[in-house]
Design a binder for this molecule. Sequence first.
Ligand code: SAM
Length: 185
Amino acid sequence: MKLQSALNFSHTLLEQIVQPGDVVVDATAGMGHDSLKLAQLVGPRGHVYSFDIQAPAVSATKNRLQEAGYHNATVVQLGHEHLDQVVTTPIKSAIFNLGYLPTGDHQIITQPVTTITALQKCAELLQPTGAIIVVCYYGHPGGVSEKEQVLEWAQQLPQQSFNVLQYQFINQVHQPPFLLAIQKR
Ligand code: SAM
């Protein structure tokens, strides 16, 4: 057994949480890797709602899903802080990849206030046993502030309602990403 990176562990957790027929959210679509994973897991009876503020990310995600033959996703160019305008049913899971799009403009980063607004909205939509997965990259300008505010938000969630896990390599250089799993009890 090899310990997984935060990114690989996020997909391992999604495989455990998400079932065929579920409704799920990709809050930071980017190149669409998480949206594709989610589309595979929910299958034709389920649905993926994917959000990104950048048009190239929306196009890349739509293309990736289309090329793989998935038609069970709605990909919108909209900030995830407004996700409740689109998602109105309970969700089984949501995934956030915080930071910037590696293939895009590194100045366009997720921001603490909008990230936390979106996390709060997902927490309200989450079904019991469902979980929000956050992969937090914070090695860029602004990243540490977002990391601290997201951790503060997650730590104040009442333990009667949520279990919150942090997964992180603590002996690596260069600020490797860490993962939060926020499960509704
Ligand atoms: N999960 C993606 C993938 O599989 O390629 C990578 C996501 S990348 C680390 C972060 C993404 O968040 C960027 O594409 C960026 O445009 C997006 N983003 C930044 N602020 C956002 C917001 N308020 N709402 C939705 N997406 C946002």
